[in-house]
Design a protein around this ligand. Structure first.
Ligand SMILES: *Cc1c(COP(=O)(O)O)cnc(C)c1O
Length: 381
């Protein structure tokens, strides 16, 4: 085999932690509150200020955020929630945690986001919610999905693990749905190692989220501390321990200050990719009324070309390509417990057969982008 052009493996994503980020975390580690302290509310406030949502509730993962978001809706087993199969399985798993039936709808062939027309087709008398995912960082067709939700009295949850900082009609993600969830896993736009957040404009939902993240208890440890505080609390709901630590939130606050810079860099790298990629490589269409935060940069290999062969050659060339995602209904757990026929999802299947995610993260250089494109061109020969 030929020597790879790149000596060092280029991952598809990587966090960017600065000296300032580290200093902020160290400060908290030296203090008295490393968990259930004031830095959690400070991070929530920072997300409220950034997104424009009224309330934000921080948790220890994006998955926990999805779990309490579905939990806060108070649905009944047997109810149905419509979602996209073209996502990380955490999205639909959150539906399963509550005994609700996941119903998949196909994606749109330009954005690879939920297709509102197919969502409409999948509605039954048991449908209670739509869980949308802003795939790769581009917001879904929010207005269309909102009007479907209003017509049928459904809740809307936006899994915005890819789209922190993205805008739809000039309005930031975080306020469009009844509940919006974010992830701060290390591959995402900003990181707390592991972490997540739910935003909402609804006070009642926010109160429920607060309880659900900490055993369903109505008062947190901070409010039961000090000479004036009493001992009493009540467990009102069946919650879990999904609490995030203060030092993680310190990292989140510090990272959030850098978010716009991260997104600007991602957009610049995407523009460079677009200018260099061969014309038969299909990319996501960014719709005019929205601005993607570009969490991922997936492309489609030309029809008739083996994606798996390209994948292998690029990995051997030290390019950390990936596949986002294996359609959820293809996983063996779903096949056993919630079988769906792949033929019902022609767009998902077609995109999945050709998709490959190219590396994209703020620390990447323009030279890295050139390396990826050159390796891809060689692989295509
Ligand atoms: C990352 C991700 C999640 C889960 O977030 P974690 O913080 O890893 O639990 C959920 N949905 C989507 C679409 C994601 O990309």
């Amino acid at each position: 085999m030929k020597e790879p052009m790149r000596k060092e493996f280029l991952p598809y994503a990587r966090h960017d932690i600065s000296e300032d980020d580290i200093k902020t975390v160290a400060e908290i580690l030296k203090g008295n509150w490393i968990t259930t302290g004031p830095t959690i509310a400070a991070f929530e406030k920072a997300i409220v200020d950034y997104t424009g949502a009224r309330f934000a509730v921080a948790v220890n993962s994006g998955t926990a955020a999805l779990d309490i978001a579905v939990g806060a809706l108070g649905l009944t087993p047997g109810d149905e929630a419509i979602t996209t199969p073209f996502t990380f399985s955490a999205t639909s798993n959150a539906i399963l945690y509550h005994g609700i039936k996941p119903v998949f709808a196909d994606i749109d062939s330009h954005s690879w986001n939920l297709d509102p027309i197919d969502v409409r087709r999948k509605i039954t008398s048991r449908t209670r919610a739509i869980i949308l995912v802003d795939y790769s960082g581009q917001p879904c067709d929010i207005d269309e999905l909102k009007s479907i939700a209003n017509e049928h009295n459904l809740f809307l949850i936006e899994d915005a693990a890819h789209s922190l900082g993205a805008t739809y009609k000039d309005v930031k993600v975080g306020v469009h749905a009844d509940l919006t969830t974010f992830s701060f896993h290390s591959v995402k736009h900003i990181t707390t190692g592991e972490g997540g957040m739910v935003t909402t404009n609804d006070q009642q939902l926010s109160d429920k989220l607060m309880m659900l993240r900490s055993h369903g208890i109505d008062r947190d440890a901070g409010s039961r501390y000090g000479p004036e505080a009493g001992w009493a609390y009540d467990m009102k709901m069946l919650g879990r321990n999904y609490r995030i630590t203060d030092f993680q939130c310190a990292l989140g606050i510090s990272q959030l200050r850098r978010l716009d810079e991260f997104i600007a860099k991602r957009r610049k790298l995407v523009a460079l990719y677009r200018s260099l990629l061969p014309p038969d490589i299909q990319t996501i269409v960014e719709k005019q009324d929205r601005r993607s935060a570009w969490h991922l940069f997936p492309v489609l290999v030309p029809k008739g070309v083996s994606r798996d062969a390209i994948f292998k050659k690029m990995r051997q060339g030290n390019i950390g390509v990936n596949v986002h995602y294996i359609p959820v209904y293809r996983h063996s757990y779903y096949q056993q417990h919630h079988p769906a026929d792949p033929n019902d999802f022609p767009v998902t299947e077609s995109v999945f057969s050709r998709i490959i995610t190219l590396p994209l993260f703020p620390k990447m250089t323009e030279e890295d982008v050139h390396d990826v494109v050159e390796t891809l061109k060689t692989a295509l020969q």
